[in-house]
Design a protein around this ligand. Structure first.
Ligand code: ADP
Ligand code: MG
Length: 340
């Protein structure tokens, strides 16, 4: 007769409470207000003079990731997209809650790898798991993470703070993730292997600008992270700031791999401007902040590039414009990119 324990490991899935105790409670260690995930709630107090910033984002198997993607990577992406939002607002991340909806038959090894990925990113970004919920679902795996960060009271960098004449900046390089997704879908076959690997890596595992974001306090007038695409997110910033923007296409920072992709792609620069998932920070700042931003870029070894300027809107649409090297406007439509 097998023991009850071995019977369980052979037949029954690990129960909800055993799963939490084994894989998630260790991720709460070091955060006293999480009470070891043994209570109903977690308690979190901001440091003196600070207030909490909250953000939640869910990802669903088959929609935001493939069921075959490594579980550790899925976990990291779920956490990082939230940390990216906090960073863009200038917040320092502290803790997160995890709602995990699991279909019947998920292997314990998947959960172990998932928790392993979270543990690695907790060490990298200095955050703790402080609570959540675990349930069965008739659908695919679904993961919702709620991240909490802190920021000096009243200082959150909003989307609406830009002024006409502010310079428009972006961190890192853009378009990598969009090209990476195309590579994963079998396109851009002419690209060399190392460029393809760089681009797919940028799609699979974003690197939120966690160290940089809080350093933008006092410098940036408005900011958001690029998840929908540079132009789409710029449009959001313009709408809330009630301004327009002019982006100089030749200034948009591209990685060597993205340049190589543009060289072999019919869509070209449009992918970099319209493609999403870069998780860089797009922000505006008065021109007086330029030298401080250059220093910050050097200090943190994060490229910060001026790509244009905020301008008064001609109408209520607040549409950003893109110009080419000769100053001619480039228009984007569902049919693609054309010159006026
Ligand atoms: P309740 O019955 O009140 O909904 P649960 O039994 O679902 O509480 O959860 C017990 C504890 O375990 C709580 O502290 C909860 O925050 C935590 N918890 C449950 N699922 C997770 C998870 N996926 N990640 C982190 N903590 C979790
Ligand atoms: Mg519950």
């Amino acid at each position: 007769m097998p023991s009850k324990k071995s019977e369980r490991t052979q037949k029954e899935p690990l129960g909800e409470f055993a799963l939490i105790a084994r894989y998630f409670a260790p991720l709460a260690r070091g955060f006293p207000g999480a009470y070891g995930l043994e209570d109903d709630v977690a308690v979190i107090a901001p440091s003196p003079g600070m207030e909490l910033v909250a953000k939640t984002d869910a990802i669903v198997g088959g929609v935001h990731f493939l069921p075959s993607d490594p579980a550790g990577l899925v976990a990291k992406k779920a956490l990082r997209v939230n940390l990216s939002d906090l960073a863009a607002k200038g917040a320092v991340p502290r803790a997160y809650l995890l709602d995990l909806l699991l279909p019947e038959g998920v292997e314990e090894s998947w959960i172990a790898a998932f928790a392993g990925g979270l543990g690695e990113d907790q060490a990298l970004y200095g955050v703790h798991l402080i609570g959540g919920d675990t349930d069965r679902t008739p659908g695919p795996v679904a993961i919702a993470i709620t991240a909490l960060g802190e920021i000096p009271q009243g200082r959150t960098i909003r989307r609406g703070g830009a002024s006409a004449g502010d310079a428009l900046y972006v961190t890192g390089t853009v378009g990598d993730a969009a090209f990476g997704l195309r590579v994963l879908k079998g396109a851009l076959a002419a690209l060399d292997e190392s460029a393809a690997a760089f681009l797919t890596g940028r799609y699979r595992l974003p690197e939120p600008r966690v160290a940089l974001g809080p350093r933008l306090l006092g410098l940036a007038s408005a900011a958001l992270d690029i998840s929908d695409g540079l132009l789409a997110d710029l449009k959001h910033l313009c709408e809330v700031s009630r301004l327009s923007a002019v982006v100089e296409a030749p200034r948009v920072p591209l990685s060597p791999a993205a340049k190589a992709a543009i060289a072999v792609s019919e869509e070209g620069l449009a992918v970099a401007l319209a493609g999403g998932d870069d998780y860089e920070i797009l922000f505006t700042a008065p021109k007086s902040a330029a030298s401080a931003l250059a220093r910050l870029s050097r200090d943190l070894s994060v490229p910060i590039t001026v790509i244009g300027e905020m301008v008064r809107s001609v109408d209520e649409k607040h549409l950003p414009a893109v110009i080419d090297e000769s100053g001619r406007e480039i228009a984007f439509s569902s049919a693609g990119w054309t010159h006026f």
